[in-house]
Design a protein around this ligand. Structure first.
Ligand code: 4NP
Length: 174
């Protein structure tokens, strides 16, 4: 990553209306706070809610912590995302599996050399929730939405540490 070209991160869950929009805004908040040149987006492995705003419960709980999700709109993960993004973060293991399956198809169709994205769990380096799923809050109660926020904040802080190390290494070898 150069100082001009932003590093691009895509957060992915199932519906793109609860977990990944929350992850997008929380991760952006912590990256911006550290003035990291990173662009963040989100998508869903399903196309259940195309162009929908985030779930009202996700919006309400996020807003209580100062995160505004209102302008986001859901979209499905697509082949071009593996070409455009540097890092795709899966919110749980099922989505990780489905992202990897789509990656295999995209590699076959476009060629391995076209693929830019690395794939990892949102919780990959988070010592508090290490490699744990971000539980789907959609069919559950209010506490599920708070858990999503707690875990997104914790995992985002862990990613910021990783990104700072990556950026530093790249600056050092210049
Ligand atoms: P998300 O939650 O994957 O965190 O956006 C869900 C939203 C909708 C559905 C499932 C999960 N749904 O089945 O419609």
């Amino acid at each position: 990553m150069s100082s001009q070209t932003p590093y691009k991160v895509l957060c992915v869950c199932l519906g793109n209306i609860c977990r990944s929009p929350t992850a997008e805004v929380v991760l952006r908040h912590f990256c911006d706070k550290q003035q990291l040149n990173i662009v963040i987006d989100s998508a869903g492995t399903s196309n259940y809610h195309p162009n929908k705003a985030p779930d009202g419960r996700s919006q309400q709980h996020a807003l209580k912590r100062g995160y505004d999700l209102s302008t986001l709109r859901a979209r499905q993960l697509k082949a071009q995302d593996f070409i455009d993004f540097d890092l795709i973060l899966a919110m749980d293991h099922e989505n990780l599996f489905n992202i990897e399956a789509l990656l295999t198809q995209v590699q076959t169709e476009y060629g391995v050399s076209q693929i830019r994205a690395k794939i990892a769990l949102m919780s990959e380096y988070d010592q508090t929730y290490l490699k744990q799923a971000l539980p789907d809050p959609y069919y559950g109660g209010e506490d599920g939405f708070e858990r999503v926020l707690d875990q997104c904040e914790s995992s985002s802080l862990a990613w910021v540490t990783i990104f700072k190390q990556q950026f530093k290494q790249q600056t050092d070898v210049k």
